[in-house]
Design a protein around this ligand. Structure first.
Ligand code: ATP
Length: 287
């Protein structure tokens, strides 16, 4: 069985407060994009879980989120057969695109199907939060409002058709560092999440892009000016707006015009500003 684990971008990202248990409460507008890792899974006779990945620097043991997800379901349902998994990554790692979370979501969906466990999507989402706050969203996909620590989800109508150019500079920013550097009392601009929800309901792409904002961006961009340079590069070539996704450092640009996006993609590759460049489009739940 072969599954697609799709990446996400945050059209809006607000951090409300730090809870006493150390988790941060967020309000985010999530959007799945057509950039994906593939997860191949099959039964094997010997018990236990085996995992291979195409990237040597991604762990292939119980530290991998795919492994964690599979183990949660297999333990709960006392699955005695073994599971063999092969992960082929294309989503940049530690990039703010939920690659690991999406792989885990694919493992939940795949193991449920392969061993005929009979869990509904909602039941999978309940278990998924044990692996990570973004994993329930990655099971659901599409356009959504995420609240709580990211696990309280409200599906939204699909955002209007558009093209997404992704550019990741050759730097790494861990989510942990991004939170450590975020001074909640000093946030100057708050994203208008409710306004964006209204713009999505109105299918107004320009208004959606005007409201794109990410509270992590100013701090991370100050440290890594290349993020701002990639944004400017995309906007000068026709992006309605470009912004950093999640805790960074990946930048995405929203284009109405497909040709402009492809031209910007080629130019960005040549510029050397970004290490990974990927031309994509949004994914809707109804596809
Ligand atoms: P998010 O957008 O949720 O913050 P991210 O893009 O910052 O995610 P990931 O690529 O999901 O980060 O993974 C970050 C770390 O998690 C990596 O450094 C890696 O060692 C570990 N990891 C565990 N499982 C995976 C996986 N399946 N794919 C990638 N990294 C994984």
């Amino acid at each position: 069985m072969r599954l697609r684990a799709m990446a996400k971008i945050n059209l809006g990202l607000d951090v409300i407060r730090k809870r006493e248990d150390g988790y941060h409460e967020v309000r985010m507008i999530m959007q799945t994009v057509r950039m994906y890792d593939t997860l191949e899974i099959r039964k094997k006779q010997a018990p236990g879980i085996s995992l291979r990945s195409n990237l040597p620097y991604v762990p292939s043991d119980e530290r991998n989120l795919v492994y964690k997800a599979a183990k949660i379901l297999m333990d709960e349902f006392h699955v005695e057969e073994g599971l063999s998994m092969k992960l082929t990554k294309s989503i940049p790692v530690a990039a703010g695109m939920a690659g690991g979370s999406s792989d885990a979501a694919a493992a939940f969906v795949g193991v449920n199907r392969l061993f005929r466990l009979g869990l509904s999507q909602e039941e999978l989402m309940k278990r998924a939060v044990q692996v990570g706050a973004d994993v329930p969203y990655c099971v659901m996909r599409g356009t959504a409002l995420a609240e709580g620590i990211g696990e309280k989800l409200t599906p939204l109508p699909p955002m209007p058709e558009c093209y997404v150019l992704i550019g990741k500079p050759g730097i790494n920013v861990s989510t942990k560092t991004a939170y450590e550097n975020l001074r909640l009392d000093a946030i100057q601009r708050r994203p208008d999440i409710d306004g964006m929800i209204a713009a999505i309901r109105n299918q107004d792409l320009r208004s959606i892009t005007e409201k794109m904002e990410n509270v992590f961006e100013p701090g991370i961009m100050e440290k890594y000016p290349v993020i701002g340079e990639i944004e400017k590069f995309m906007e000068e070539r026709g992006a309605l707006k470009a912004m950093m996704s999640g805790s960074g450092p990946t930048v995405f640009g929203i284009f109405e015009d497909r040709e402009k996006m492809f031209a910007a993609s080629e130019a960005l590759k040549k510029s050397g500003l970004a290490k990974t460049v990927f031309a994509s489009r949004i994914y809707n739940r109804s596809e």
